[in-house]
Design a protein around this ligand. Sequence first.
Ligand SMILES: *Cc1c(COP(=O)(O)O)cnc(C)c1O
Length: 411
Amino acid sequence: MITRKQLAVLDADDVLAPMRERFHLPDGVVYLDGNSLGPMPKATAARVAEVVRREWGEGLIRSWNDAGWMDMPFRIGAKIARLIGAPAGNVIVADSTSVNLFKLLGAALAARPGRHVILSERGNFPTDLYMAEGLAALLDRGHTLRQVAAADIAGAIDEDTAVVMLTHVNYHTGAMFDMAAITAAAHARGALMLWDLAHSAGAVPIDLAGSGADMAVGCGYKFLNGGPGAPAFLYVADHLLPAIRFPLTGWLGHAAPFAFEGSYRPAPGIAAGFVGSPAVISMSALEVGIDIALDAPIAGVRAKSVRQTTLFAELVEQECRGHGLVLASPREAARRGSQVCFAHPEAYPIMQALIDRGVIGDFRAPDILRFGITPLYLRYIDLWEAVAILRDVLASDEWRQERFQTRRKVT
Ligand SMILES: *Cc1c(COP(=O)(O)O)cnc(C)c1O
């Protein structure tokens, strides 16, 4: 039996508790959607204002050099590298996760000529699957996207597999792959391994280099708190860089952008992964979020996440018994990222009713209530408040109200 008092004691002992002060969190809200859009760090508004007013407003075009704008994607990439177990020179910030997937998948297929399969998980995040489908259609050389269940991935890798593309933590269930084991299985069959870290970076310890991963992408606006639509990042391991061929050949991936040559020559190393001009203002916001993540040792973040996800799942089962909620995330913490999901046939209106009461999670079709657990700013007591409101919404049938039934554009 979990009690409110027990949770208050955990808060009093929480070494990460001071991190909460660094975020703006609206009154009356328990925010359980930081895995979809992280909240705003308090320092972000001032930093963005400075970039806009001083660097852009006063510095004008000089700021590409004088304010270090051109180096930002490398500088911030090096910071992200520390969060994902990668060497500093192998990560850059660029474009969106979707576009980076396209670039890396294209490079992977070019590096494994004669192989035709992009292997992924059925139920992977749609954009990962869609980008792979689109690339295969565009190339028109017989490539296919093969989707299998998570448990069947390792066994499905064969001599025709060019690249295994997986999201480390599944967006829908929170289930987490064993990165080292799957990467080793891919390599044993000569395939490349591409990890999507959208739900991992800033949330769980990652050892890209140690696991031998060949490529990775990740998202800036989820657990890294970089702001809506924040630029994404990409990683390529050293062994691939000398011969890498990206499918998008923009001027900023050129060896000498300001030579304005008439034909493309790739920049050396990871810089060939750039396409066009970096989103300076957005990157300045992203950097604030990343600096906060670097101040919180990931082992401590993971320990608190494991404790909070476990307590949240148990608390829902304790308080909401008999209302038809079924745990849809792995019960074993080691196999789970930093979210807890419950399935319920009326998940959509239940989530809308919860949001109306200030408990913000999200709905994922067809029947998932998804709760992101973000240890940098969530208190244990917040879990208690959230579950008390969930119990109320279910017990009172509040969610049956007409206004909670209509689906909006973003769920
Ligand atoms: C959130 C997410 C994305 C987002 O891609 P965008 O291009 O930023 O919209 C991609 N992949 C996964 C697995 C995600 O969870």
